[in-house]
Write a protein that binds this ligand. Structure first.
Ligand code: TRP
Length: 468
């Protein structure tokens, strides 16, 4: 059946506009802040290897499926799932998948915004020369001062939420393209400069081998599934912005004739390169300055300022770096709001401005939990072989990335490859029915669901593949 819907929220001007916006969504704090600190907590090379496998085998096929559903439904993820399910003669309960995404989006943005707030604060700190000739003790002290002050965190968090609401209220298509086109490449170049600095440190090779060579001895006392595979899987979902409808709603603005496959690979390659570059820039500094790789969420805020304090024009490059990181976070943050906002516009008859404001208030309130989890409400617990020190923030993060996103992705895969008729997916992907299509179908039908399920079941101990 040929389907030709249009979105009431508009359309990207071209395939490239979509690729830029989706790359803007994918590349963000997940690549530069989350990837390095998780790599450090989870022992380095083995984690990176599993992460790359998850991106390729699970992430890309599911991303294609999510975009395909979005473009076919052309509405908010909740309504898209409902419409498509109806069209394919399936249960309308599929729209619950959209709801889970909306909830995940609120939770993720609520803490994402607090971390983006750190970035805001670091633009000023770096720009004022606070890190000139700083050693690790100083950068650590400055970071601890920031996170122990709930008022400061709340201020920066509020500013970031406001920034995101403003863009979403105007419609994500307006003005975003230009910003992403210039700022993303700039961030990329700045990361290369940081890698250049890393090469000048004593322990460059140690950093690189930590990142790329799995240390099997260090794995001996770990549970592979819960300590390595699950966090790596979660990171793949988080970094690619899949599993909660963000890419689905962006896909709903994609012109009919644009290639989903080409777009996906472009986005995934850009996203993965940024994460790897961030790792290459950071770990040599970690080792050269005797820092702890498992230092937790503060890792980049403690390591990179040391580099900025040492390198020529460091004050300039440092503040520019945090400005660009803020932009990267901004273009990601808006995509976390978009699924909820489009639903409010479609079903509650709200204007975009009102819907964005309402979604902003909800996330802002929820963000207060994260603000306090770094100070007044802090508690620690052990998860996946490492100690998590920031109670509710860590719980939010684990709940969304390691559970809700993979579960959302699993359901997307099941819907697209087991529930929808094959002719619908053939038509929407536009690859014909040849090898490329069959490869995708095999991946979403078997590899991705099996990957997610095996990791879930083993990590929770329900199944034990490697029981010892
Ligand atoms: N991918 C973004 C990052 O790496 C964060 C993000 C944006 C996201 N939209 C998402 C994560 C949707 C999960 C789901 O910074």
């Amino acid at each position: 059946m040929s389907v030709n819907r249009t979105s009431i929220h508009g359309q990207w001007s071209s395939r490239w506009a979509f690729i830029l916006a989706a790359t803007g969504s994918a590349v963000g704090l997940g690549n530069i802040w989350r990837f390095p600190y998780l790599t450090g907590e989870n022992g380095g090379g083995a984690f990176v290897l599993v992460y790359l496998a998850c991106v390729l085998l699970v992430g890309i096929p599911i991303m294609m499926a999510e975009i395909l559903l979005g473009r076919r439904g052309r509405q908010s993820p909740i309504n898209t799932m409902e419409t498509l399910a109806e069209e394919e003669g399936l249960s309308r309960h599929w729209h619950l998948l959209g709801w889970m995404g909306v909830i995940a989006g609120f939770i993720i943005l609520s803490y994402y915004s607090v971390i983006a707030g750190w970035t805001l604060s670091y633009i000023l700190k770096t720009g004022s020369g606070a890190f000139i000739d700083a050693d690790a003790a100083l950068t650590q002290g400055i970071f601890t001062d920031l996170i122990s002050d709930p008022k400061k965190l709340l201020l920066w968090h509020s500013i970031f939420i406001l920034m995101s609401v403003v863009i979403v209220a105007r419609g994500v298509k307006n003005g975003l393209e230009q910003a992403v086109k210039i700022l993303m490449p700039a961030l990329f170049i700045l990361l290369l400069i940081m890698v250049g600095y890393a090469m000048s440190t004593e322990k460059f090779l140690e950093g690189i081998s930590y990142l790329f060579i799995p240390d099997f001895d260090a794995l001996a006392d770990k549970n592979l599934f819960s300590d390595i595979f699950l966090p790596a899987l979660g990171q793949a979902f988080f970094s690619l912005s899949i599993g909660m409808g963000a890419i689905m709603i962006y896909g709903s603005y994609l012109p009919k004739e644009s290639s989903i496959t080409f777009s996906c690979f472009t986005i995934a390659i850009a996203d993965t390169s940024v994460a790897l570059l961030a790792g290459i820039a950071i770990f040599p500094i970690v080792f050269s300055y005797g820092l702890e790789p498992a230092g937790g969420p503060g890792l980049i805020f403690i390591t990179l300022p040391i580099a900025f304090g040492q390198m020529p024009f460091g004050t300039f490059f440092g503040s520019l770096f945090f400005i660009l990181l803020l932009f990267a976070a901004w273009t990601s943050g808006i995509s976390l709001l978009e699924p909820a906002v489009t639903w409010l516009v479609e079903n509650k008859n709200m204007s975009r401005v009102k819907a964005a404001a309402l979604a902003g208030v909800i996330t802002w309130l929820l963000g207060i939990v994260t603000v306090l989890s770094f100070n007044d409400w802090a508690f620690s617990f052990s998860f996946a072989g490492s100690i998590k020190e920031n109670g509710l923030f860590d719980i939010f993060d684990i709940l969304t990335s390691n559970i809700m996103l993979p579960l959302g992705g699993l359901l997307v895969a099941i819907f697209a490859a087991w529930q929808m008729s094959e002719s619908s997916t053939v038509e929407e992907l536009g690859l014909g029915e040849g090898r490329a299509y069959q490869a995708w179908r095999f991946a979403v039908r078997y590899i991705a669901p099996a990957g997610v399920l095996i990791i879930f079941l083993n990590a929770t101990g329900l199944l034990n593949v490697f029981s010892s």
